[in-house]
Design a protein around this ligand. Sequence first.
Ligand SMILES: C[S@@+](CC[C@H](N)C(=O)[O-])C[C@H]1O[C@@H](n2cnc3c(N)ncnc32)[C@H](O)[C@@H]1O
Length: 286
Amino acid sequence: MTHSSVPAPSPDQESLFAAAAADYARYRPGVPEAAVRLLADVLRGRPDPVLLDLGTGTGQVPLALRHAVPGLAHIEAVDVSRQMLDRARDALAPVLGRCTLTLVHAAADEYRPPAPQPGEVVRQPDLITCCRSYHWMPGPAVLAMADRVAAPGAAVAIMGDGSLWSHDSEWTRALRELIQAYLGSERRAGTHATYTEPRRSYQEDLATSAFTDVSEYRYPVARTWTPAAVVGYLRSTSFAHPDLFQERHEAFEAEARQLLDTYTRDALQEEAVFTVLLARRPGTAS
Ligand SMILES: C[S@@+](CC[C@H](N)C(=O)[O-])C[C@H]1O[C@@H](n2cnc3c(N)ncnc32)[C@H](O)[C@@H]1O
């Protein structure tokens, strides 16, 4: 089910992720088990729990929680990219069972819940998640929206684990330098923009929101990549998407494969940390 009573995202917002959806579904790592358990605990004991996932992408968070929380009653999945929402629907539909799903094509800060049918109550989310997506959003406006829609005692989880651009190891540094040799030194964020670091930390955003009771959880994750998976992953990113290279993309991929092959003797290891900021309104922690 989809609902469209919210303003559609701008074409710019939408195009950045649209073309990446297929590679994203195939190559992006999922959410670590320990983080999934933490989020499942938030929902434990709440009657007919509702999840609102902002920047859902291919539906990684709802998919993990659908499995971890058998009583999950409803998922509201929001994204600016229709292609991402299509992937999320394809991934979730086979596992929904009695859980209902609404896909919302909108910018997260513009989200509002669907108008209830006569006799129906508004479903207020018990958990609002932003996984690897908050940095794309106007944070304070998103948190103000979260306060308007969240159930009493709800939690907001802002989480993620960086990218192969930001990961610091010999092979990721060499790869970043190769991307820079093709695209310039600044980190790109789609065809029209460069990436800018958030002006404030997520913690600072939360400190001025309604969700000031914040706990931080850090989960180390070790991943081993193959050259083919790295090249596939790069296609799904805003900093090395094929469109950025135009007619030089084939040459870039060939060079990237060659470079990565020189490192495979020791395997392509990534030691990441998946961080979850779990925030509640003060005095509501269960
Ligand atoms: C890096 S992906 C993360 C997807 C997913 N949460 C995950 O962890 O795999 C970021 C997603 O946020 C979406 N997005 C970017 N800006 C958004 C906004 N302002 N509102 C809603 N979604 C947005 C993109 O379309 C993309 O699907």
